[in-house]
Design a protein around this ligand. Structure first.
Ligand SMILES: [Ca+2]
Ligand SMILES: [Ca+2]
Ligand SMILES: [Ca+2]
Length: 194
């Protein structure tokens, strides 16, 4: 049995080779352990950065969509109608056809869709759009129709994203879309007009 490094000097050359081999094995195990620790640290960091990057794209997509919707309304005095009913009247992005009027009229360069095709909540996609008639869900009818656009699931959060504007146009308990999306926004037609 080995009794430590000092024993190496008092034993024969055969044992020294054996000790040297054993030491190499220990070194190898240390290297493997260090690699395992580094992998254990870096894989979650890498996964987190991939998720954060996808979410960054999603938030940028929503910024582009809401800016386009508001400009569209400013110029036409209405929001795009629900022309693609994928799910209870909602237009989802999974079919590669999301708020097609924005693309058709040049307010966005291409149809906007989730960067990873995430469909964790509904089979219709991760982005959803709906235009509601004036006065829906307790909203003030004088403000006109309103849209709701949202992201069902962001990968870096559970529940409402801190940057989500939220949307509860009636102000009461009739319907708070923030409970249905992790990021959601809405706007009234009258408020976006010229
Ligand atoms: Ca469709
Ligand atoms: Ca669609
Ligand atoms: Ca989430």
């Amino acid at each position: 049995m080995r009794r430590g490094m000092s024993g190496c000097h008092s034993v024969g050359s055969t044992f020294r080779i054996s000790d040297a081999d054993a030491f190499t094995l220990i070194e190898l195990m240390v290297v493997i352990l260090v690699i395992a620790i580094l992998v254990g640290i870096s894989v979650p960091v890498w996964i987190h950065s991939v998720r954060a990057s996808a979410d960054k794209t999603r938030l940028a997509n929503m910024k582009a969509v809401t800016a386009a919707l508001n400009l569209y309304c400013y110029n036409t005095e209405h929001f795009p109608d629900n022309v693609d009913n994928d799910y209870s009247g909602w237009d989802g992005d999974a079919d590669g056809d999301f708020i097609r009027d924005l693309k058709a009229t040049g307010y966005v360069e291409h149809i906007i869709a989730d960067p990873t095709g995430l469909h964790t909540v509904t089979p219709t996609g991760n982005y959803h759009y709906y235009k509601y008639p004036a006065g829906s869900y307790g909203a003030n009818p004088a403000k006109g129709a309103f849209y709701v656009v949202g992201i069902r699931d962001l990968e870096s959060c559970t529940g409402a994203h801190p940057d989500s504007p939220g949307w509860n146009p009636g102000g009461g308990g009739q319907r708070d879309w923030q409970t249905e999306f992790e990021w959601v926004a809405g706007a009234f037609e009258v408020e976006q007009g010229p």
